[in-house]
Design a protein around this ligand. Sequence first.
Ligand SMILES: C[S@@+](CC[C@H](N)C(=O)[O-])C[C@H]1O[C@@H](n2cnc3c(N)ncnc32)[C@H](O)[C@@H]1O
Length: 238
Amino acid sequence: MNALSHRSLVPEILDGLAADDPRALASRRDLRRINVLMFQAPIMASLLRKFVPKPPRRMLEIGAGDGTFMLKLARRMARHWHGVELTMLDRVGLATPGLRADFDRLGWKLESITADVFDWAETADGELYDVITVNLFLHHFDDAQLVRLFSLLAPKAPLLLAAEPLRAMSALAAARLLPAIGANDVTRHDAAQSVRAGFRGRELSDLWLAAGGRPLEERRAGPFSHVFVGAGPARDDP
Ligand SMILES: C[S@@+](CC[C@H](N)C(=O)[O-])C[C@H]1O[C@@H](n2cnc3c(N)ncnc32)[C@H](O)[C@@H]1O
């Protein structure tokens, strides 16, 4: 059995730092570069083009961080998708007036929610979206927490699209090269840990099924990523 055959979860350092801690600020800057190196925005854009052919009216991004990833994604989609109402949720409040203005310029309306995703999803009964996107976030949670999260999210949107770390030796080897781009100690720890907590095979599909949803696609994407697309529970025809 190799060290990556099962997911292993250790708390990420960034999750324990205050938003304005200099190590957290540096690590969020590193994360922007890691998103670029992993091709996360083009990977998510191609999933959106395939699974969301009509422009959505309302989108939800969970674990959105500082919103940089979502802004890059919006820039890729905005030519064909006008007037999207985007809600970004993170337990740390990082949306700035500048970010809001950037989305405004694309013709998108940004709402931000600062909350723990579980607390929010348990209480936000009437909130419905056309699609939920997730980037480098699901790997924070163990399998039981993911089944709970999926059960809470599936009724809120017909589709959930996720781009997560691939749990593979190649990704772990790449994480070990992060000092070469000047990544700080927080990023170096969290990146390796994210790979060990990442996904492979049909792991997310099985968890989505356990939550009553219908998995549509799960596979490796790009050099270091693993993507998943799930649909809500099948509805009986009226
Ligand atoms: C690895 S970062 C990814 C951020 C962003 N998606 C990106 O790609 O840049 C994970 C994010 O999840 C947030 N987070 C962790 N646990 C959370 C929770 N229980 N509820 C809401 N946000 C959470 C953290 O604050 C952090 O911004």
